[in-house]
Design a binder for this molecule. Structure first.
Ligand code: ZN
Length: 438
């Protein structure tokens, strides 16, 4: 057998349906896909490149279910404020002044490199200037689904219904040969989009099989406003517009009641991207994870943008979420380490409709793999890999990253981008942003 790349040894956490864990196995990769998984030393092969994963955890690359990569340069710019004040007084005015294709490219490259360092191989993003996001992620080697952010609140210029989805169609065509990039529709939220816009998004999504990515019930106020304005809860309102017929990823989903969960469960196309750290910082509330689980609704985890988090660290998100929801539910058995790890792997792959390709390490799937060194004091001894991933290991342990069968980080060094250039850019943009807010 001749492979392009073999990851040799280590403990493989497969995240397949049987939750297989394989000690001292190898993963053979050809053309970006996992061709074989076999015990170390069991067969002879030739290989162009090998990675020694002895004393490492080999896991599926993690999937971030909701992000805004181009907001990376807004990290720490305005903290300790309520959500609506934070958005209206700081984030939106700055975006209006600064955001252009070059800004989006540079900030995305920074965020993409940072995600790779944190063990993330794929992110579900939402922003403007999609081609710049696609190009920056491609340069870093990060897989991405890019949502075309649509905003047209009452009082603003309405979006021409005829153009909704046309950009997504055009870019899907343009990037057809790029296996790392895909596009979706991203009406920002109920409170920033007109009814006609949401309705058209649902229609275009259904007609073309596009995924829809939107914010849902992040604050109690937006739920009350929706009931006042439309006479329905947000999920019931979205159902009436046909949105639940599409594959949808809803970010936050905090203020969702039982009747809304029943609707989500009935349609079965929606997942919730839980953003614990962002929600805590903006005191948005606590997503009702136990009720979602009882309704069989798919849950995944997300960092949200760094402006509200302020990091892109899914392992810390995982640890905090698992602990927080045990405490909230007074139940140590809720959200086990393994269930929590599923939220950043196979559950997130399902949310994106990509479970045939990513989210677990199995023969035939794409080779999106994170290798974590676990031989340091902070990781020893290790009895249970899931326990480590949820409660012990930090992003510092992520040593190598392979995406689409290609090494994008080896020994903590990014392979496709120059980290020092990204660092320099961050300080250039800081100077420019400080001038703008004076
Ligand atoms: Zn968001």
């Amino acid at each position: 057998m001749k492979f392009d790349l073999v990851i040799e040894g280590g403990c493989i956490v497969c995240m397949d349906a049987r939750y297989t864990i394989l000690e001292e196995h190898c993963i053979g990769i050809i053309d970006g896909r996992i061709e074989a998984i076999f015990p170390r030393g069991s067969s002879a092969y030739s290989v162009a490149k090998r990675i020694d994963a002895s004393n490492c955890l080999v896991i599926p690359g993690m999937i971030n279910a909701h992000s805004h990569l181009p907001m990376t340069y807004f990290r720490g710019l305005a903290d300790d404020l309520p959500l609506h004040q934070w958005l209206q007084e700081y984030i939106w005015p700055l975006e209006a002044k600064l955001v252009n294709p070059a800004f989006v490219f540079d900030a995305t490259l920074h965020g993409a490199a940072e995600m790779i360092q944190n063990g993330i191989s794929c992110t579900n993003d939402m922003y403007f200037h999609m081609a710049s996001i696609a190009d920056a992620c491609t340069q870093a080697g990060l897989r991405v689904v890019i949502g075309e952010a649509l905003i047209d609140p009452m009082g603003s210029q309405p979006i021409d219904n005829k153009i909704i989805g046309s950009k997504v169609k055009e870019l899907k065509q343009q990037y057809q040969a790029n296996p790392l990039v895909d596009f979706s529709l991203a009406p920002h939220s109920i409170y920033t989009c007109r009814k006609a816009t949401l309705e058209q998004c649902a229609k275009v999504a259904a007609e073309n099989g596009f995924m829809v990515h939107m914010h849902l019930s992040e604050s109690e106020k937006e739920v009350q406003d929706c009931i006042h304005e439309h006479g329905k809860t947000p999920v019931a309102y979205l159902q009436s517009l046909g949105m639940l017929d599409a594959l949808t990823v809803f970010a936050h989903g905090i203020w969702v009641d039982e009747s809304e969960m029943e609707l989500l469960a009935k349609h079965g196309n929606s997942s919730i991207a839980v953003c614990t750290e962002s929600n805590l910082k903006l005191i948005s509330g606590f997503a009702p994870l136990k009720s979602y689980t009882a309704h069989g609704i798919n849950l995944c985890l997300a960092t949200d943008g760094v402006a509200s988090n302020n990091n892109l660290d899914l392992l810390s998100e995982l640890s905090l979420t698992a602990k927080l929801h045990k405490a909230l539910n007074n139940d140590t058995g809720f959200l086990s380490a393994r269930d929590a790890f599923s939220m950043v792997t196979i559950n997130a792959a399902k949310a994106l409709g990509r479970q045939q390709d990513i989210g677990s390490l199995e023969v035939g799937k794409l080779a999106d793999i994170a290798i974590l060194s676990v031989s340091e004091l902070e990781n020893l001894p290790m009895y249970n890999p899931y326990s480590h991933l949820a409660y012990a290991t930090t992003s510092r342990s992520v040593r190598d990253m392979v995406i689409q069968g290609k090494p994008v980080m080896l020994d903590r060094k990014l392979c496709l981008v120059d980290e020092s250039l990204i660092i320099n850019k961050a300080s250039e943009y800081k100077t420019m942003i400080l001038k703008e807010i004076k």
